[in-house]
Design a protein around this ligand. Structure first.
Ligand SMILES: Cc1ncc(COP(=O)(O)O)c(C=O)c1O
Ligand code: FES
Length: 402
């Protein structure tokens, strides 16, 4: 990091900073109010009351769902697993899954695993903008479909899928509809009251809440088979003593999201556009995904002839945190399955970097990133040209002379 400069965090699709007021709300539940919500004494009563309050806050975030429609989980991954496995176990005579090629690994890895056990899976492709092939989705639905699981917004490109419409198609086919809304919740207004969505996954750490905490929305009347068997917590839908501090943290994060979503969406969108235009202004780069239909906080930019890894590395040295494609696959050097599904050519994919903003991002930070990046990109390009060698991470990650 440069001297006394404050770090800039633009990797909010990987995780967000826990809001200080969320931390404050959680703290007493580690100390004085440490009770088990199932206990009959006063300590238990306090925990049970906090649990109820947090559930109400999550309901409000989903457009006033009913309280028994929310099942607290250990995060988005567990909620996705619970939804899909439950549908396969409860939908009599239906044993097929429909999903997309750009889901998070929290869906795709499970679906791949199920495929090895003989479950028929239909993986719907996307086009070059990341837009779903709706006709292929419609055709894949049939009398054997147990569940369609389609993400609301993509973590790498921010592309938004028309889940309400797709849920309607699934319902017509008699299948359950689940959406991984981990990236959408807190960024898009969601109202499930008149929707055909049967199940929805959310994760607290993507909306300034704690990690290891999430929820599954389960429409009233939807048959459910638990993933985690144990005690009678969560109306017997998720065994195990409730993580009261985490649940309280999610509840507070949900309240903040409801308050701040609308004004922040506009402000963040303007900042993202300022960032993107500032970067694109230097030329030889391209914004990936459907730029007219994406989350307001996300920009995925491919730098021609550069290694994304090198750009991320040099930005990190300048105190700026961004990521290469998805945080899940960065480090593994495996090309992003999302960009591959969008048929982004391999040479372009190598230069892709994801910038994701949050309500904490400021104009000064965005301007600092644009400035640092134009320097880094110019120097990396000059180095590549001098060496005449094809770009590689090894050559581009060396010290740049400043
Ligand atoms: C779209 C999407 N789904 C699921 C997850 C997993 O959520 P969690 O980290 O809470 O398990 C993530 C985050 O990594 C995500 O971006
Ligand atoms: S964006 Fe999730 S850990 Fe990957």
């Amino acid at each position: 990091m440069n001297g006394d400069q404050m770090p800039v965090y633009l990797d909010n699709n990987a995780t967000t900073r826990t809001d200080p007021s969320v931390v404050q709300a959680m703290l007493p539940f580690f100390t004085e109010q440490f009770g088990n919500a199932s206990s009959a004494h006063a300590f238990g009563g306090e925990a049970a009351a906090a649990l109820k309050q947090a559930r109400r806050s999550v309901q409000a975030l989903l457009g006033n769902a009913y309280d028994h429609e929310i099942v607290f989980t250990s995060g988005g991954t567990e909620a996705n697993n619970a939804a899909i496995l439950s549908a396969l176990a409860t939908q009599d005579g239906r044993d097929e899954i429909v999903t997309t090629s750009v889901e998070h690994s929290a869906v795709l890895a499970l679906v791949e695993q199920l495929a090895t056990r003989g479950v028929k899976t239909h993986i719907i492709p996307v086009d070059a903008h990341g837009w779903l092939d709706v006709e292929a989705f419609r055709c894949a639905l049939g009398p054997r479909t147990a569940i369609a699981s389609i993400m609301w917004a993509n973590n790498e490109t921010g592309t938004i899928f028309p889940v309400e419409f797709l849920a309607g198609l699934a319902r017509e086919a008699g299948a359950l509809f689940h959406t991984d809304a981990v990236q959408a919740i807190g960024k898009l207004r969601v109202d499930l009251r008149d929707s055909a969505i049967d199940m929805l996954s959310l994760s607290a750490h993507k909306l300034h809440g704690p990690k290891g905490m999430g929820a599954l929305y389960l429409r009233k009347g939807t048959k459910f088979r638990p993933l985690i068997w144990g005690g009678s917590q969560e109306r017997r839908r998720r065994g195990g003593t409730e993580n009261i501090p985490g649940i309280v943290g999610l509840g507070r994060a949900a309240e903040l999201a409801v308050e701040r979503l609308e004004p922040e969406r506009v402000r963040i969108g303007a900042l993202r556009d300022r960032l993107e235009q500032g970067i694109l202004h230097n030329g030889e780069c391209l914004a990936l995904g459907d730029v007219n239909n994406r989350l307001a906080n996300t920009a995925n930019i491919a730098f021609d002839h550069l290694e994304g890894e090198a750009v991320v590395h040099h930005l990190n040295r300048a105190g700026i945190a961004v990521s290469l494609g998805s945080a899940c696959s960065s480090g593994s050097m495996v090309p992003s399955h999302v960009l591959r599904a969008m048929q982004v050519p391999a040479w372009r994919m190598r230069g892709a970097v994801r910038f994701s903003l949050s309500r904490e991002t400021t104009v000064a930070e965005v301007d600092e990133v644009v400035c640092a990046l134009s320097d880094i990109v110019a120097r990396l390009r000059a180095t590549s040209r001098e060496s005449g060698a094809p770009p590689s991470y090894a050559s581009q990650s060396r010290e740049l002379s400043w």
